[in-house]
Design a protein around this ligand. Structure first.
Ligand SMILES: *Cc1c(COP(=O)(O)O)cnc(C)c1O
Length: 554
């Protein structure tokens, strides 16, 4: 009989490892980092997710800048253990069989299991086997069936595995909200019997990021799984997973302070607190940086705040040497793809993320005359990032970036690295001098790649949005902000203002400081950047969740 759980964490995706491609991006990476911290902190937790046959896509960039994406073929039994338990959920009028695989995150005798639900088993029809086929790949019908498996199937699997006592069910994004329906059924359809057991984190300030289904479709797919009062819980006009999650959670959270403000505005009447995201530090720092932390901030693995207290004690030379090692690896990798090789002595900016319009991937290229004037051979730039194969905007952006890197060859060297994944993210965030992030303000819920950068002593140059609002406020000397504090009313104006400010920051702050006598001011900033890692980590985030939500039994 398994021990009681403090929390069962439900998530559509988890990004533990580049070769378990059951994730699409930041949401899955965060889920993995939170579970790793929970494990280290010995919090009785289990994670429930789906066993995607095809999640993360492998990107190849062709010479003309067009891209090919191939599905990563992986075999679950190479990495996961199939368990004997099975459950069924009625979906679309018949029972769908669900099997479960386990992966144990184990350390020092304590484990957090991750359960991957799988419908790709012989008992199921081909249509049902496809439910756990493509992460975020299908239409509304498909998404509903996937979410039924995750939410309802997930609770049933936990019960079948013997978990009778679970203090909190955590919904990582609205995708998991159907878990509330199974709990309602278990508890006599009384909302007040369910609400104290549920916690919800919303992750996107963008409307399209919230799943909404028409009721006629929902009834056909979900049938009797929907309680009679579903419209009271999930919305009168359409079934909103976000509203369902809000209405049956004791506590709801956004993922940064500014995202909390935006979310409360988006969902009037809800009470949304926030827990700013973090990263699991041991996963994202280089071995050289880890040595420095061990030497000068001992105790940091269980008490990351030690980094804030001791970052200034790291000797300049040792910090520079550690960063140089990471930069050496990054430049070597970039030069495999560079037309004209990059140099380890030149200020290196990196910017890599999912290519979507609100992140403004081309802000740096708004005014090429200015960029050339600023650059003067003093900067080189490395990009990476995937776009969904069906996303024309993203495909075009990448193609333009590749084209532009050829046109600008004589004034600024730009390399676009293919196949952004966690390993490349680590190489980039640790090896760059400056991590550039340019989201449209109020659109980035948190962002975590900049936190990977600070942990490695890389400096952030970012619009004040998501986590950076808090990071910059905590220590404005740790990096730089782009754009004024207030907001222009018009998106195009904002874009022009932000672009001009980006060039100004580079020209008068970033470049001069980098090349200034022996780097002295730069190194001071690097240490302050590391100081931020004492806060922007998942140990702190998990501790906050324990105090604000997970730890309090009904
Ligand atoms: C960390 C990470 C992300 C999230 O980064 P953002 O700051 O949200 O861009 C996305 N994808 C990968 C592969 C990552 O490692």
């Amino acid at each position: 009989m398994p021990n009681p759980l403090t929390v069962a964490y439900f998530t559509m995706e988890i990004g533990l490892d580049a070769d378990i491609p059951t994730y699409a991006g930041g949401l899955g990476i965060l889920a993995a980092d939170l579970m790793l911290s929970a494990r280290d902190m010995k919090i009785p937790a289990a994670c429930v997710t789906l066993c995607w046959q095809h999640g993360y896509m492998h990107q190849v960039i062709n010479p003309d800048g067009s891209q090919s994406y191939s599905e990563t073929n992986w075999r679950p039994h190479d990495r996961l253990t199939l368990l004997p338990q099975k459950v069924t959920v009625a979906i679309g009028g018949h029972e769908v069989n669900i099997a479960v695989w386990a992966l144990s995150l184990k350390d020092s005798g304590f484990e957090v299991p991750v359960y991957f639900l799988d419908t790709n088993i012989p008992e199921n029809s081909p249509e049902d086997r496809a439910i756990t086929g493509n992460l975020y790949g299908g239409d509304g019908w498909m998404r509903l069936r996937q979410e039924a498996v995750l939410g309802i199937g997930g609770v049933r699997i936990l019960r079948a595995l013997g978990y009778a006592e679970i203090n909190k069910f955590h919904m990582n994004e609205g995708h998991a909200a159907f878990l509330t329906l199974e709990l309602l059924k278990e508890r006599g359809f009384h909302d007040e019997n369910v609400r104290p057991s549920c916690v919800f984190t919303t992750h996107t300030p963008v409307k399209a990021g919230h799943d909404v289904f028409p009721y006629d479709m929902a009834w056909k797919v979900m049938g009797d799984n929907l309680p009679w009062h579903i419209k009271k819980l999930a919305g009168e006009d359409a079934l909103s997973m976000t509203h369902l999650a809000f209405h049956l959670s004791a506590k709801s959270f956004a993922v940064s302070r500014v995202h909390g403000i935006v979310s409360n505005r988006m969902f009037p009447g809800e009470r949304i607190e926030y827990v700013t995201n973090g990263v699991y530090l041991p996963r994202w720092i280089t071995p050289e940086i880890k040595n420095l932390f061990d030497k000068y901030a001992s105790g940091w693995p269980s008490d990351p705040a030690a980094l804030t207290r001791h970052c200034r004690e790291i000797p300049d030379e040792e910090l520079l040497a550690a960063h140089r090692a990471a930069k050496h690896r990054l430049i070597a990798e970039a030069n495999k793809y560079a037309v004209s090789p990059l140099s380890e002595n030149i200020l290196t900016l990196a910017s890599a993320r999912r290519v979507v319009s609100y992140k403004r991937p081309e802000l740096l290229y708004t005014n090429l005359v200015r960029l050339k004037e600023v650059s003067q051979g003093h900067i080189q730039i490395i990009h990476a990032g995937n776009a969904h194969p069906a996303d024309r905007f993203g495909q075009d952006v990448i193609q333009r970036m590749i084209q532009r890197s050829k046109e600008l060859l004589d004034s600024v060297k730009i390399v676009y690295l293919p196949n952004y994944n966690p390993e490349l993210a680590k190489l980039l965030t640790s090896g760059a001098d400056v991590w550039l992030n340019t989201p449209t303000r109020l659109h980035e819920a948190s962002g975590t790649s900049g936190m990977k950068a600070v942990a490695n002593g890389t400096l952030n140059l970012s619009t004040l949005d998501g986590w950076w609002v808090e990071g910059y406020e905590m220590d404005p000397q740790s990096g730089w902000r782009i754009g004024p504090l207030s907001q222009a009313l018009d998106a195009d104006d904002t874009r022009q203002i932000d672009a001009e400010d980006l060039y100004t920051q580079l020209q008068y702050q970033v470049i001069p400081e980098f090349y200034y006598r022996d780097h002295v001011r730069w190194i001071r900033r690097m240490k302050r950047s590391i100081g931020l890692a004492g806060y922007f980590n998942t140990h702190r985030a998990v501790q906050e969740y324990v105090e604000k939500a997970w730890g309090h039994a009904k």
